[in-house]
Write a protein that binds this ligand. Structure first.
Ligand code: FE2
Length: 280
């Protein structure tokens, strides 16, 4: 199984000026089985930014392309509807008990807005077979409405756990926008809840973005004896501060002894893009 991880494409003013066609060619040359796109498709949750993201993603040739929202994608009351319209529309997980929700704006008040859907969370599960193994990809919305910090709601995690228990699978992966482990000034404020969820559900790896930095760590739970790895990918195509490179990561033979992790850093040149590959 080959995974391609991209994040923080940031269409709109945060998107870099390099030629996206060159990036697409390089991404398509990876021939990945799965592409995991861990959020911040836009800069300001504007419709034209979602449309640009849709156009870019539609040019990726991959049987399983999975995208989630980032904090920048949730600046609008219509964010969830634009995500459904332009990026992915499917069955989103509903909370178990709506009376016990603590996360802000999981539902928009129907008295104050005209929307098609008042439930704003984009949590879903995708499953498919690769190399005769059933792969589960769990997409968890860690984003708060108009806020750069992240939070998850216990009722959503409970609903996801019920769904996961009902599915037979061989391998499970989690996608979040915010990091569960290493983080920045805008963290996932109840990340312990998600870490517990990962260990309970038997998820072998989590993928995230958000900070535009590269980070790959392994966590061992000394009490339960479980382990998982977290992969944080820098931004694919941002107007970064000088110390940050745009990049993407590929994982050949993911999770096997033959695994090869390749980080491809991208530097905009006067003409074209320089791609620099590092094998971990
Ligand atoms: Fe972000």
């Amino acid at each position: 199984m080959k995974i391609l991880h991209i994040s923080d494409i940031h269409f709109g003013p945060y998107h870099w000026a390099a030629d996206d066609a060159l990036v697409l060619d390089k991404l398509n040359a990876t021939n990945a089985d799965i592409i995991l796109n861990t959020g911040d498709l836009t800069s300001d949750s504007l419709e034209d930014e979602f449309q640009a993201a849709q156009k870019f993603l539609s040019k990726l040739a991959c049987p399983h392309l999975i995208s989630i929202m980032g904090n920048h994608d949730k600046y609008s009351r219509r964010s969830h509807e634009m995500f459904r319209k332009y990026i992915y529309d499917g069955e989103f997980i509903q909370p178990k008990n709506t009376a016990k929700i603590h996360k802000n704006k999981v539902y928009i008040c129907p008295k104050t807005a005209r929307l098609e859907n008042y439930f704003t969370e984009v949590n879903y599960i995708r499953s498919f077979e690769i190399d005769k193994q059933k792969i589960l990809v769990i997409c968890l919305d860690t984003n708060l409405f108009q806020c750069d910090q992240g939070k998850v709601d216990e009722q959503i995690l409970a609903a996801l756990e019920v769904e996961i228990r009902a599915i037979k699978f061989d391998r499970a992966l989690l996608m979040t926008h915010h990091s569960l482990l290493s983080t920045d000034d805008d963290p996932l404020i109840n990340s312990k809840r998600v870490t517990d969820f990962v260990l309970r559900a038997g998820i072998e790896a989590t993928f995230c973005g958000h900070t535009h930095e590269l980070d790959m760590v392994e966590v061992s739970d000394l009490i339960r004896g479980n382990k998982f790895r977290q992969f944080m990918c820098g931004s694919l195509s941002s107007v970064n501060i000088p110390r940050e490179d745009n990049m993407f990561c590929t994982y050949d033979n993911f999770g096997t002894p033959e695994e090869i992790i390749t980080i491809t850093r991208m530097h905009q040149l006067e003409r074209g893009i320089e791609f620099v590959e590092t094998v971990v």
